[in-house]
Design a protein around this ligand. Structure first.
Ligand SMILES: [Zn+2]
Length: 251
């Protein structure tokens, strides 16, 4: 195979790897943002449950205070009742006491309601606190992993870019331009193998004369349909395989 063709094929491998790395480098912050957003919504849910629980407990205290106030009123009224001079006065005190007792029962009923509401809230808060603790640790470890992964990816990308630049310098500029033009126009794939008389990328059948010229392998040719540089892999001889055991393109 022509040296330029070998270089272009290797260049394609590097460019695909670079595209993968770049995809991963951009995907990682998105993933982190997603898991942080989920964590945030769980934290807000917990805050809401905590606030509901606090509101519940506050109201219960108010009810208990109210009961105390009414009980004090009753005991005062009972004292006053002893001093009643007429039946009318007596009944009036009795009436007031009944009113206070009714208020006490209302508060007691409300306390029972609040207790039955607080039980599931309390359970929710405790469960959410435990789950959030685990989730926070998970998010933190994924963030650290992403940071480490990104650093590795960036280093690998920089090394590949360096290797790429070295190879580009060795390729005849018109051949490199052919590759770049096809790669940019064809979703990152600028070179394709010719298999069984077809371009393996666009599946267009090659004209017989074109296929013959391509098999001779003495010039760089582009697919007449998709413009990708085509290469033809002849059945490999033992010598070819042996020479490929060493890094093929780094000369
Ligand atoms: Zn093609």
């Amino acid at each position: 195979m022509l040296t330029d063709l070998k270089l272009v094929v290797r260049l394609q491998e590097i460019d695909l790897r670079l595209a993968d790395l770049s995809r991963e480098i951009t995907a990682l912050p998105k993933h982190i943002a997603e898991i942080e957003k989920k964590l945030g919504s769980h934290e807000r849910k917990l805050e809401a449950d905590r606030a509901a629980l606090a509101g519940n407990q506050k109201e219960r205290k108010q009810c208990e205070a109210e009961i105390q106030i009414q009980e004090q009123k009753i005991s005062k009224l009972k004292d006053q009742m002893l001093q009643a001079k007429t039946n009318e006065q007596y009944r009036a005190f009795q009436h007031e006491i009944e009113f206070c007792e009714k208020e006490i029962r209302k508060s007691e009923d409300r306390i029972l309601e609040l207790m039955s509401e607080s039980e599931p809230l309390d359970k929710n808060v405790k469960a959410a606190e435990a789950a959030l603790k685990a989730e926070r640790a998970q998010v933190e470890s994924e963030k650290q992993e992403a940071r480490a992964r990104t650093a590795v990816d960036e280093k690998a990308a920089a090394e590949l870019q360096q290797e790429r630049a070295g190879m580009v310098a060795q390729i005849a500029p018109p051949h490199y331009q052919l590759y770049e033009k096809a790669r940019k126009a064809r979703r990152g794939i600028g070179v394709a193998e010719a298999v069984a008389g077809r371009c393996s990328a666009c599946q267009m059948a090659l004209r017989p004369q074109f296929a013959q010229e391509l098999k001779r392998g003495d010039k760089v040719m582009s697919c007449e349909s998709c413009q990708r540089i085509l290469y033809y892999n002849p059945p490999q001889s033992f010598e070819d395989l042996a020479s490929q055991a060493a890094p093929a393109v780094q000369q």
